[in-house]
Design a protein around this ligand. Sequence first.
Ligand code: ADP
Length: 397
Amino acid sequence: MKVLVINAGSSSLKYQLLDTNTQEVLAKGLCERIGIDGKFTYKAPGKEAIDAKDVAMPTHSEAIQAVLDALVDPANGVVGSMQEIEAVGHRVVHGGETFASSVKIDDKVMAALEECIPLAPLHNPANITGIKACTKVMGPDVPQVAVFDTAFHQTMPPVAYTYALPYEYYEQDKVRRYGFHGTSHKYVTQRAADMLGKPIESLKLISCHLGNGSSIAAVCHGKSVDTSMGFTPLAGLPMGTRSGDLDAGILEFLMNKYGMDIKEMLNVLNKKSGVQGVSGVSSDFRDLGSAAAEGNTRAALALDMFSYGVKKYIGAYAAAMGGVDAIIFTAGVGENDAQQRMAIADRLEFMGVKMDADANNVRGKEAIISAIDSKVKVLLIPTNEELMIALDTAALA
Ligand code: ADP
């Protein structure tokens, strides 16, 4: 089945057209600066690419139309007509407690998505706009499916998702750990089971999605039982620019000292913290690696804090599951940064993790990077959230 996968942001829209039978990406690209000055990119194997500026895109509807026009273009398109696109899969950030799996979109689902807006006020409205734009441009008969970042983690038990706050904040206001990157954690843990040749129901896995945003998940017998992100994606590890966990008392101290309101404080925590904040150099691990190699001690500290943070979660989640069979590295840093992987696994021999430095010298492709006699396998698995979304969509459409 040919499935169009859409990841809509407030002023951007990423798209991929996939064939779920062959798992092939037929075309992909990005609409940016929607409502501003409209940028459009399109890439399809063997065809002429598009990288256009000043494309008229006042709303997401024109962006979707531009995508469809490119896909059906007689010279450089990849389908004969729009009718060949049988379904659309949308990445939706927050499904709250309502959605524990992907769902075919109808009026009832749309209403439930609207109800989830307070949980993700920046992201969910954009996702809803993307869905409405597809209905408008493609018509109501093309099935659309919502795939949630939070759904995979809905299997977490109360002991993992409850915050130690007055219980009514959970009961009345749904304040709890939700977790994110669920589509990625689900994809890589399924691939891990395939690579190990064992049923996922028999495995205890720790999935490390380390990118600009990072999260770790404990996946026991195929189910997420804990994860490092929380009510929002600000929690857990220090990230590119996000602080991760910190003592909430710091907020009052800094807000009083610098006269910041909560919006300004959150801007610091989301945009100016993490490895960027500590190093003062960059949020990009490549820049940090170069700076550290040149003797920048704050860049080195930021890198050390990151690997130390991941290591602590691995220890915690092995304890939570009563063991671990395999650790998975994925996303930008996890797939590309051999040094970080080595630093994270360093001194985990006591729990059966033994890396193979040569095997670890690999980037962006599936590989076993632990030593042959390592009790705990360490795997590199490039994530593929779009494929996971397309497969869920094909199954439900
Ligand atoms: P996002 O969370 O935005 O999806 P990605 O998973 O694409 O992020 O990861 C992006 C990050 O991956 C970059 O900020 C960079 O730090 C890191 N990265 C990419 N390539 C490399 C590399 N070769 N070595 C180290 N880090 C890398």
